[in-house]
Design a binder for this molecule. Structure first.
Ligand SMILES: Cc1ncc(C[n+]2csc(CCOP(=O)(O)OP(=O)(O)O)c2C)c(N)n1
Ligand SMILES: CC(=O)[C@@H](O)[C@H](O)COP(=O)(O)O
Ligand SMILES: [Mg+2]
Length: 631
């Protein structure tokens, strides 16, 4: 069929399993072809083709609520809900979002991007449904990786207690981004091998009913067999003890099994957990045989060969620069322990893990736990390196504040993907960390201008033993600068003048330094000399340099690829007010008070006027206003 002609999923109701099989293959072919051009989360989506079709066939979205946990696996859902025609714009500026998005469709009933929220949201929807005495099925679909998130376990605990009608679909493909980890993963493993617990249990119950009530002995024995069977299969015990009816494991690529179990679940009172086994990347060999996590999310690739298209001779990725420098230092310093919350591939920690297998911990999608594990390590004299994306660090706000900063513990936090990340969009932009970290006492927060300064900052962080220290760095690759052979340390709280000038000053750091230098060069052509300062320590500020600048009454333009609210520019404003430099003309450039959607970073920056042209315009106004020189 023509996928582009699909308007809504109602067409599925009349289809036979054979027709559904054919549809699955068409959707797989479409995904493989489309994503070879745009990139995206190919592995997860190929794994849920049949499951998504079966769910939309069995339920009536949007009356029945399908919630996609993480949401990176919602492409098939988007195809079935009339958005196939938009896939050539996937994850692009003003194009189709890579995650559920209410503004795109009434079928997107819950927006995701961060993991493990679907069960809690589903519980809220179930409570509302019952209070309003409505009738609908609420069906969160959560992966085995997302199930390791603390929120998911909090929700299971509550749902099982309240016994709300709900059908939790556990999409178990044994993978998070990398192979899944944890004791829960082992339990799921036993479930996968234990076979169909429920059917045996049911058949046994039917048998029990047939046993004449003669000599209760036989009935007692049969009951004991049933109970011992249940304890043979941890699955039933684990989820059923939590208050769920456990169904499965079910083949998530078999329409007959899916339909049978979904119908059974619909008839079951109270919360049901349907355990579905799928294969991540199914139908595309490079993705299906991916044991590392390469095909979880990719850029464009050559469909025929499975070669992912990469920029030739690109400088090293920032994540590799940081993790490999930590690895280099770990050879001389056995205090160093690396921790990742389920991102060993994205954080480029596989090398560290191979060299120091007992000093690298992937804790699952558990940022709160990861952060406080780091705190615990530091109390024992170790030097933990917590590798965590800026956006996911949001999950560990209190662990940073209450556990690490308050106790002034020697933790090194590598804040990866700091700044706009582009294709993943508003749920993943790493632009809030400065605001939420800057108010935490004892914390040092820094950002290097390039990868050479980055390696020195990593060394500085490892050698720093006066409390918590965090270094933020962007997604993508470095600038390709020359690297020093010897690692140095940078005095904490010191900024660096990278361009002299006495008419105005730009204070900036990291990714916005090139823009600042371009603006300064343009101003020089107008006879205005702008000083550019690498304000590489966001906290503490370089108060000596700042006082000199403000005493000279130089106009100051701060520029940051982070939200203005409570950001670096705010810190400079606060300093001026506290120190009485009320005459200093300070203007801030940064990300405004809004969520930044998906798209190329350059287009997103242009949209919010975080550009060289805007800096030039500001500097011109500022210097005219202060110097009254007509230029
Ligand atoms: C809070 C949070 N931490 C980390 C991530 C990064 N992440 C995205 S998908 C994923 C793995 C999800 O595994 P699973 O739920 O099993 O889904 P699958 O990809 O296997 O379909 C991770 C760690 C995230 N989206 N949210
Ligand atoms: C869906 C999700 O949260 C991750 O897959 C994320 O998209 C990874 O981001 P990077 O591609 O920057 O590693
Ligand atoms: Mg998984």
């Amino acid at each position: 069929m023509d996928l582009l002609s699909i308007k809504d999923p109602s067409f599925l109701k009349k289809m036979t399993n054979a027709q559904l099989e054919a549809l699955s293959e068409e959707i797989r072919t479409f995904l493989i072809e489309q994503l070879s051009k745009t990139g995206g989360h190919i592995g997860p989506n190929l794994g849920v083709v049949e499951l998504t079709i079966a769910l939309h066939k069995e339920f009536n979205s949007p009356k029945d609520k399908l919630l996609w946990d993480v949401g990176h696996q919602s492409y098939v859902h988007k195809i079935l809900t009339g958005r196939a025609c938009q896939f050539d714009t996937l994850r692009q500026y003003k194009g189709l979002c890579g995650f559920p998005k209410m503004i795109e469709s009434k079928h997107d009933v819950w927006e995701t991007g961060h993991s493990s929220t679907s069960l809690s949201a589903a519980m809220g929807m179930a409570i509302a449904r019952d209070l309003k005495k409505e009738k609908s099925y609420i069906v969160p679909i959560i992966g085995d990786g997302a199930l390791t998130g603390g929120m998911a376990l909090e929700a299971l605990n509550h749902i099982g207690h309240e016994k709300k009608d709900m059908i939790v679909v556990l999409n178990d493909n044994e993978m998070s981004i990398a192979p899944n980890v944890g004791a829960l993963h082992s339990i799921l493993g036993r479930m996968r091998t234990a076979g169909k617990y429920n059917y045996v249990k049911d058949e046994l119950e039917v048998l029990l009913k047939k046993i004449p009530a003669v000599g209760g002995k036989l009935a007692q024995t049969a009951e004991r067999v049933k109970d011992s069977l249940k304890y043979l299969v941890v699955s039933g015990m684990f989820f059923e003890e939590l208050g769920f009816t456990y169904l499965g494991p079910v083949d998530g690529h078999n329409f007959e099994e899916l339909s049978e179990n979904l119908k059974y679940a619909k008839k079951t009172k109270g919360p049901v957990l349907l355990h579905v086994i799928t294969k991540k990347g199914k139908g595309y060999d490079p993705a299906e045989t991916d044991a590392v996590g390469t095909w979880h999310g990719t850029g464009p690739y050559k469909m025929e060969t499975g070669d992912i298209i990469k920029e030739l001779n690109a400088p090293p990725a920032w994540s590799a620069l940081v993790s490999e420098t930590v690895r280099r230092l770990a050879r001389e310093d056995d205090r160093i322990v690396a921790i990742t919350p389920a991102m060993p591939v994205g954080s480029k920690l596989l090398g560290f893990a191979s060299e120091f297998p007992d000093r690298m911990f992937d804790v699952g999608i558990a940022e709160q736990h990861a952060t406080t594990v780091a705190a615990g390590l530091a109390t024992q004299g170790m030097k933990p390196f917590l590798a965590i994306y800026s956006t996911f660090l949001q999950r560990a706000y209190d662990q940073m504040l209450h556990d690490i900063c308050r106790q002034n513990l020697n933790v090194f936090v590598g804040i990866d993907r700091a700044g706009l990340v582009g294709a993943d969009g508003e749920t993943h932009q790493g632009v809030f960390d400065i605001s939420f970290l800057r108010s935490m006492p004892n914390l040092v927060l820094m950002m290097p201008k390039d990868e050479n300064e980055g390696q020195h900052m990593v060394n500085t962080a490892i050698q720093y033993d006066d409390g918590p220290i965090a270094m933020r760095f962007p997604r993508g690759n470095g600038l390709g600068v020359k690297m020093d052979d010897e690692l140095k340390t940078i005095p904490i709280g010191t900024w660096e003048v990278i361009r002299e000038g006495n008419d105005a000053v730009i204070l900036t750091f990291g990714t916005t330094i090139p823009m600042a230098l371009e603006a300064a060069e343009a101003m020089a052509e107008k006879g205005i000399q702008v000083r550019v300062v690498n304000a590489r320590f966001i906290k503490p500020l370089d108060e000596v340099m700042l006082s000199e600048i403000m005493s000279a009454n130089l106009p100051i333009l701060t520029i940051e690829e982070a939200v203005l609210q409570g950001g670096f520019g705010s810190a400079v404003l606060e300093f001026a007010e506290e120190q009485g430099y009320t005459q200093t003309y300070i203007k801030r450039m940064g990300i405004p008070d809004e969520f930044i959607e998906h798209g190329s970073v350059s287009k997103l920056l242009a949209d919010i006027h975080l550009t060289t042209e805007a800096a030039i315009e500001n500097l011109t106004k500022m210097t005219y206003k202060v110097t009254k020189k007509a230029y």
